[in-house]
Structure formats: structure tokens, C-alpha cells
Design a protein around this ligand. Sequence first.
Ligand code: PLP
Length: 424
Amino acid sequence: MFEPGVDFARSLDVADPLAHLRDRFAFPPSRHRDEVTYFVGNSLGLQPHASRDAVVAELDKWAERGVRGHFESDRPWMSYDESLARAMARIVGARPEEVVVMNSLTVNLHLMMVSFYRPTAERCKILVEDHAFPSDHFAVESQIRMHGFDPATALVTVDPRDGEETLRRDDIVAAIHEHGPDLALVLLPGVQYYTGQVLPMPQIVTAAHEVGAMAGLDLAHAAGNVEMALHDWDVDFAAWCTYKYLNGGPGSTGGAFVHQRHLHDPSLPRLHGWWGHDKATRFEMKNEFIPIPTAEAWHISNGSVFAMAPLVGSLALFDEAGGMGPIRAKSEQMSRYMDYLLDAQLAGKVESITPRDLDQRGCQLSLKVVAAGVDGQAVFGRLQDAGVECDWRFPNVIRVAPAPLYNSFEDIHRFVQILAESLS
Ligand SMILES: *Cc1c(COP(=O)(O)O)cnc(C)c1O
């Protein structure tokens, strides 16, 4: 099905229905070679040209209209987040009223846990994965302490088996059942940041609900990467950042999801601010809080327009691509092509710890150098010297993530050739 030569890579690019989108992004110049191979969209996605335009437009609006910018123009600051939330809902498989664009990821995890982690003496545990992103781990630990419990007993994990890197799906479900009556919350990633493994999100939610626990997802590495159906899966809440696969720029405003069935529950505790208050009466400045009947009720402060503006440009590209379906189709083809080249040229020298099954992986491939006498970190250094932007995660993984919106099949071909040279 694939062929080894660069001509074949170019023929895949010619046939790629998303290939034209590459020109919509700014590629940083390679530090060492003519062509940069940008494979770190899992860390910071590239800048869409339209994002720069959107930021400049808001600077101009501020200069030209001052305070009137809150209410004037086709995108007044007052409601700046609303169209972004609708676009984001399409990307994560949510209803429009279930998504709010606000804050950043860890902050949103905290705000969601205020509502959805309500421990009692009998049921106080949170289940996370053993290798959770440190920020998530810190957030969960501090939530447990705030409620007067001890993370030593209330924080429980599901771990890969000895000698294995990824979590077995059955083990995740078994861990949820094992802690069942003690579990208040299951908080797991959609895509694991280190291994690139896609976790079985719908099964996790079902298992959590079976034991009477809430199910929350961290979608940092899943949003804009894999297809999801948060509403249909019955996820209780989710949060994500927008600077990875969503290309929103450093520190861009994050997203949060609250399932529709929780939106009208007055018993749910929530931290309030004026931006979650009914829009029609917000500026009457009365002290009775009337929640917006959407996920926006969780919004506390007026949003940072300059941290949202890049998303106007970047999220439009997701719609232009035809949504996550075509993006995911290209991503799968890229994965198969990468596997083919690595198998053909580097078997026994480099191993992937990312599951091979397409159902269990997104864009990212986490590679370990296993060639005898070759140091992985030195190989990583040589890749960088040769113009490959990728990243190193301790203890010994090189993460590469071809992003379907702006990477090409030729990028993958070039990467594998450079990797082969770096090993010899
Ligand atoms: C990227 C990432 C974060 C970063 O959190 P911020 O609050 O946006 O700084 C947190 N958790 C996971 C799993 C991530 O991948």
C-alpha cells in the first residue's frame, strides 16, 4: 500500500484533501536546515496567519473604539467567547450550551472539581492514572486536602502492569470497580500525554457511573486530535487547553464541558462571578445571582480577549477542514505511513511505546531508542540539529506528533530519514 521513496510521500500530499491548509500556518525557520519538520503540535501548535489577524483586529478595535468595543462591532468583547464555544463544541462532540471558553486548563479542572468532587466520609476517593500530568496530580491532591481528606488514602491510581508502558483497558475498568463504593470521582485523560495512548473514554464513563462516581476527562491531548462525543458518552465534565492541537498560541484560553443534565441542578455547588450571571440583567448590578442556563454559569470573570482572539483564526480552520472526521482520517493515514517507514528502516533500533492499534492512538508517537550503545537523548539532540522540532520527555521518550492540519507526508518521510541518520 505504501512505498519507501520520497516521490510516494509527495503523491500522498497531492492526494491529501487537507494539504492546502498547510499554507495557512507560520512555520518557524529551521535552526539548522532549510526545512523545519514541526512535530510538536502536541506541545504548542503552529500559529495560523488568521490568528495574528484576529489579534491585530482586537488591538485596532481597542485603539479605535475604547470602551465601546465591549458592545460594538460584529464581535463585541461582551460576547466574544460565545462563537468560540460553539466552534469548540463541534470539535469535542458537545451541545453548544455544554461548552464554555474560559481560563486555562488547570484552573478549569479546579472549578469543575468544586462542582463535581463532593466527597463524603464513605466516598472520598479520586482515581487518576499513575503517570498523570503533574499539574493534574497537584490539582487533585490539593482538592482532596481542601476537603479535609488525606491524599495518601483518598488519591488512588490505575497503573500499567510491570514491564508495560500503557494502561490495559480492562485494568482501568477493573480499578474503577475495585474502588467502587469509595470512589467520588474518576479523573482521567482522553489521551495520555507521555505515551500518546487514547484511553477508552466511553467505557470509563460507564464504569464510573456504574459505581456511583462522577467521570471527568482532561482533554489536553485529545481536543483537536481525536474524535469525541462528550454529550453522547455522558461525560460529567471535561476541561482542556487550546495551545496544543487547537493552535491557540501560548497560554490561550481553555475550554470546559459540563453535561447538559447538570446545567439546571441547583444543588450543584459552584464558584460564582458576574460573568456567570444572566446576561440580560448583568449590568443592573444587583446582588442576586441568576445563573446563565449553560456551562457559562461557571464563567467567573470577563474573558481575556487577547488570549481568545487567536482561537477565532484557529478554530475556523477546523470547520474549513470539515470538522474532526476528515482531520482524523488524515491523522490515521499519517500514523500508518509513519509505522510503515519505521518498520521498514528502523526495526530493532527504535520502538514505539504508543499502542499500534489506531483506536488507541492519536497524532503522537512516543519513541524509545533501543539500538545497542546509542543514547536516546543524544539522538534527540541530533534530530534538533537537523531541523526536527520534537520533544524529549524523561526518562527516555522522544515524542513526535504530525499534525494533520499543517504537517505533510513528506514531513514524515524526511523525519524518518533524519532519524535513521541520527542513529548511525
Ligand atoms: C498541557 C497539559 C496541562 C497544562 O496545564 P495548564 O493549566 O494549561 O498550564 C495540564 N494537564 C495536562 C494533562 C496537559 O497535557
